[in-house]
Design a protein around this ligand. Structure first.
Ligand SMILES: *Cc1c(COP(=O)(O)O)cnc(C)c1O
Ligand code: SF4
Length: 377
């Protein structure tokens, strides 16, 4: 069993006190946001240096010192680096790509809200994140101060939920909701608990991965005080690579879980990051050790400028087939594609069915053996 270890610190931060390092405000204030700053910490390739400048106005760079420590400075193809450091691939538009591939704006009945399925809505609270992930699917909004929800928009969105009784589940998203203060988050949960027909709220955050220090005692207290028979709160997070599972992340998950809040993981399948079954198995085993349930593996959608991250669906299916059997069923998530035009999520399943009625049901098991099932109807 590999040990879960503390995130290494880049030598540049060796003299930072333990208190400062553990303080999310310090981490936030010392984010690496310029080419000059990053080039004093890592040897940048010409491609990376050019991309950082070129993308400054479109989808800027921000890396917390904590997350930077996970980068292997010796490895130009480091999977953590790929997620954090811009590359020229982001400037390319690939066939089929578009700025709003999931038609989130089209299915928006109120500003800052997407309502696609009958019983659940996505609520965008703000457009800031601790780190800007290079594969982000909401680049058109995230990190752009001009598109941040106006004051009062959140109230309008809550009003829509209040007058729409079919909505039972509210996905509090962003950007990252944990960019808001604990007080503002408490106000959102307060408003949602007040709406009779809302049964569950999910808060989607990558801070457990990029800035686990932000998941502080105050946030745990907010979760604990709003968990009730009226409103169940779940946390949805986004670990993509085993190296992201650190003692800092473990502690942050523990604070959430101790507040009675289950955590689910939505991994995005990314070329050069996690497009190998051994990497996904390692990640999911580590997630289970943190008591985080692997919920989805998401196929990267058709957002512009992420073509260099996209993995063929056939590879995704092969990875899924490799998980089933060797890995505890608890560690096997669903692989889903989010269809264009707002078609919604569809599971993609390895080919287990070899024949069906009027023939006998015949299945391929996890070892590849073909076995027929009498009495399968
Ligand atoms: C992904 C998504 C959801 C949540 O889907 P689940 O399958 O319930 O996790 C809800 N609304 C929108 C618009 C989504 O894209
Ligand atoms: S945390 Fe989520 S919303 Fe923010 S940049 Fe990363 S993927 Fe995009």
């Amino acid at each position: 069993m590999t040990r879960i270890e503390s995130a290494p610190r880049h030598p540049h931060y060796a003299s930072v006190s333990a208190d400062e390092w553990a303080d999310w405000r310090w981490q936030q204030q010392h984010r690496v946001t310029s080419r000059q700053a990053l080039s004093s910490l890592l040897t940048l390739s010409a491609d990376e240096a050019e991309a950082i400048d070129a993308l400054e106005d479109r989808f800027r760079m921000a890396i917390t010192p904590y997350y930077l420590g996970l980068i292997d400075p010796e490895d130009p193809h480091c999977p953590i680096r790929r997620q954090a450091v811009p590359s020229l691939g982001e400037l390319r538009v690939w066939p089929g790509e578009r700025p709003d591939p999931l038609a989130e704006e089209l299915h928006s009945p109120a500003p800052g809200l997407t309502h696609r399925y009958p019983d659940r809505v996505l609520l965008y609270t703000n457009h800031n994140c601790a780190m800007y992930c290079r594969f982000c699917t909401r680049k058109r909004k995230v990190s752009d101060p001009d598109s941040a929800p106006r004051k009062g928009e959140l109230d309008e969105a809550i009003e829509y939920i209040r007058r729409t009784p079919s909505v039972k589940d509210v996905i509090v998203s962003g950007g990252d909701p944990l960019s808001l203060s604990n007080e503002r988050l408490a106000a959102i949960f307060e408003a949602l608990s007040d709406i009779e027909h809302v049964e569950t709220a999910r808060i989607g955050t990558r801070n457990l991965v990029t800035l686990p220090q932000r998941v502080d005692a105050g946030f745990a207290e907010v979760l604990k005080s709003y968990q009730s028979r009226r409103l169940a709160i779940w946390v949805m997070t986004h670990f993509n690579h085993p190296r992201e599972v650190t003692t800092e992340a473990w502690d942050a998950c523990d604070r959430i879980l101790t507040a009675g809040t289950p955590i689910q993981n939505q991994m995005v399948l990314l070329a050069g990051v996690n497009d190998r079954s051994d990497v996904v198995i390692d990640l999911n085993r580590r997630l289970l050790r943190m008591r985080v349930k692997p919920y989805y593996i998401l196929h990267a959608d058709l957002e512009e400028g992420i073509g260099h991250f996209r993995v063929p669906i056939a590879t995704g299916k092969a990875i899924m087939a490799d998980l089933r059997g060797p890995l505890s069923g608890l560690g096997v998530p669903q692989y889903v594609v989010d269809l264009p035009e707002g078609g919604g999520k569809v599971p993609v399943i390895p080919d287990y069915e070899l024949s069906r009625p009027p023939e006998d049901w015949r299945f391929r098991n996890w070892q590849g053996r073909s076995i027929s099932l009498r009495g399968g109807g």
